[in-house]
Design a protein around this ligand. Sequence first.
Ligand code: 13P
Length: 342
Amino acid sequence: MGTQSLIDTAKAMMAEGKGLLAMDESMGTISGRFEKEGISNTVENRRAYRELIVTTPGIGECLNGAILFDETVHQSTKDGVPFIEVLERAGVIPGIKVDEGAVDMAGFPGEKITQGLDKLRERLADYRGMRLRFAKWRAVITIGKGIPTQGCIHANTHALARYAALCQEAGIVPIVEPEVIMEGDHDLETCFAVSQDVQRQLFVQLEDQRVDLRGLILKPNMVLPGLESATQASTDEVARATVLCLLGSVPTTVGGVAFLSGGQSPQVATEHLNAMHVQYGKILPWPLTFSFSRAIQDPELHYWKGKAENVQGAQQIMYNRMRLNDLARKGEYAAEMEKEYA
Ligand code: 13P
C-alpha cells in the first residue's frame, strides 16, 4: 500500500463538514457505561448496541469514519450483515482501536503507559485484510503533583510513533491520541503547557520513526482547566488556548486533527469545537473536526437502556447530536439549536 493511498484515506477521513465517531469502547469501558444505565454487559447487548449505532439512518451524512473495537469487527446485524459492510455501504470508513489499554507505568507512581506493540504488525495485517483502513492508539497523560514526568511523556510518545510507523507499513492511517486527561485541579495554563510539551515531543518521535505526517491524524484533548479547578474557563478561552497550543506544536503537513471529548458534556464539546471554527477557521492549516465517543453516545445510550422499543428514538438522538457537531465543524452551530434538535 503506497503513500498516496494513506494520504487519500486521511483526506477522506477529514472530508468537509463531517467527523469521526469513536465507538471502540474496550470491555472494561463499555461495562462501566452499560452499568450506569442498568444494561447488563452481555455479548448480545454489546452487539445490539453497536447495531443500533451503525444502522442509524443518515449516519453517512454525518460521519467520515467510525472507530471500532476488536469484538465489533467480527460481529454482524441480526440479519447477518457484518458491521464493517454496513458502515462501508453507508459511506463511513471503518477503523479499529489497536492499543491494548493503559496500565500503571513501572517506576512512575500515578502514571500510565499504553501497551499493545507486541505482535502489532501481525494484527495490523489481519485488520487490513478485513478492509479496516485506519487505526487508533490512545496514550494517557495525567496532571498532578510532580506529574507528568518526562519519563512518562517520552515512553508514551515513543510508543505512539512506533505504532504509527507500523500502521503506515500496513497501509493503515494511524490516529495518534495523546490524551491529557481532565481529572485534577490544575488550571487552563497548566493544561496548555503539558499538552504542548506532549504534542511537541510526539512530533519529534514521529519524525524519528519516519512517519509520513500527511497520512496521519492527530486526536488531541481540548485545552481545559481540570475538572476540580477553582477557575473554569469560558468557551472562547478554551477555543483560543486549544488552537494556539495546536498551532505551536502540530506541523502544517499533518493530515488532520480530530478531537476527543474527554468527559465534557455533549453540548460543551460542541460549543468548543464551534468556537474554534468561528474564531480561527480561516487560519487553520489542517482540517479540524471531532472524534468523540461520550459526547455523541451518552445521550443515546441513556435513552436506549438496552430496550428494542427505544432503538429508533436512540438513533434519532444520535443523528441529531452528530448533525450539531457537523455544524460546529463549520462554525455554524448555535446553542439555540439544541432545543430544535432535542
Ligand atoms: P471521548 O470522546 O469519550 O473522550 O472518547 C474518545 C476516545 O476515542 C477515547 O479513546
